[in-house]
Design a protein around this ligand. Structure first.
Ligand code: OAD
Ligand code: ZN
Length: 252
């Protein structure tokens, strides 16, 4: 399970870190309060701030970091059951993890839907508008075309239901870079069996690790990149990960 904290080393601000988080840097977005940027009511009143954020997150503006590639390596080794992410930056896909291994719980910019007639649009149709600071509109009914990001109050993607099968099957739960504050995602942290070890890698002690710790919990507080490098070193995978990062960087 991952959140915005795995992408801060790629240069994307998280949401709740005081000072640097998106929710404390609203001036540029011109919104009345932080969560408005992901609220439908505000979006229909003024969709511009959300599309400003979308433009900033345009695929290609940012690169995965070693944390994303660590999960890619787990996948390459056949060890990754699934990666549940709250992130909408798409960096898990860019790192080469197949979409079938991902649950993008808060949606994705990889597609968009007309808010009126519900027609679906592939990426290429509407990014041009976003990049030119225009609100993309449906060619059929003129409704606003909204990227498939989950706003507050909207249902999570159907794939989120995979958790019902995945979590009881897991041998180990890794949780990285999330405040575990947003439901229903946060509660997944309790969906593995009681004997399954959970490893939290994060700057702060969060969620159930703080208020309902389990005897097999392991907590590594501090910078995510440093912690992942340390874990990879303990696993003896340092060279392999470096090679992977180099290969992918060259490709890019
Ligand atoms: P948050 O911003 O709430 O939490 C990020 C966590 O990562 C915090 O605990 C930070 O301390 C930690 N962190 C940040 N940078 C780090 C670093 N370099 N090393 C270690 N830890 C670091 O982000 P999320 O938990 O992902 O919804 O937020 C959940 C949801 O809230 C988001 O998906 C978003 C927002 O509303 C949507 O986008 C729809
Ligand atoms: Zn339409």
């Amino acid at each position: 399970m991952v959140g915005a904290g795995i992408s801060t080393p790629s240069g994307i601000p998280d949401f709740r870190s005081p000072g640097s988080g998106l929710y404390s840097n609203l001036l540029q977005y011109n919104i009345p309060y932080p969560e408005a940027i992901f609220e439908l009511e505000f979006f229909f009143h003024n969709p511009k701030p959300f599309f400003t954020l979308a433009k900033q997150l345009y695929p290609g503006n940012y690169r995965p970091n070693i944390t994303h590639y660590f999960f890619r390596l787990l996948h390459d080794k056949g060890l990754l059951l699934r990666l549940y992410t709250q992130n909408i930056d798409g960096l898990e896909r860019v790192s080469g993890i197949p979409v079938s291994k991902l649950v993008e719980a808060h949606g994705t910019f990889a597609s968009a839907t007309c808010t009126v007639c519900r027609r679906s649009f592939p990426e290429k149709d509407w990014w041009a508008d976003v990049m030119m600071d225009r609100v993309p509109c449906c060619p059929v009914c003129a409704g606003i075309v909204k990227p498939d990001i989950v706003f507050f109050g909207e249902p999570l993607p159907e794939r989120f239901l995979l958790h019902v099968l995945d979590f009881p099957m897991a041998d180990l739960l890794l949780i990285l870079g999330t405040s575990l504050e947003v439901e229903p995602f946060a509660s997944l942290s309790e969906a593995v069996g009681a004997s399954v070890p959970r490893l939290l890698i994060n700057r702060d002690l969060v969620g159930t690790f703080a208020w309902r710790p389990r005897s097999r919990d392991v907590v590594q507080l501090g910078d995510v990149v440093h912690s992942v490098e340390r874990l990879v070193e303990l696993l003896g995978w340092t060279k392999e990960l470096q090679d992977l990062v180099q290969r992918e960087t060259r490709k890019a």
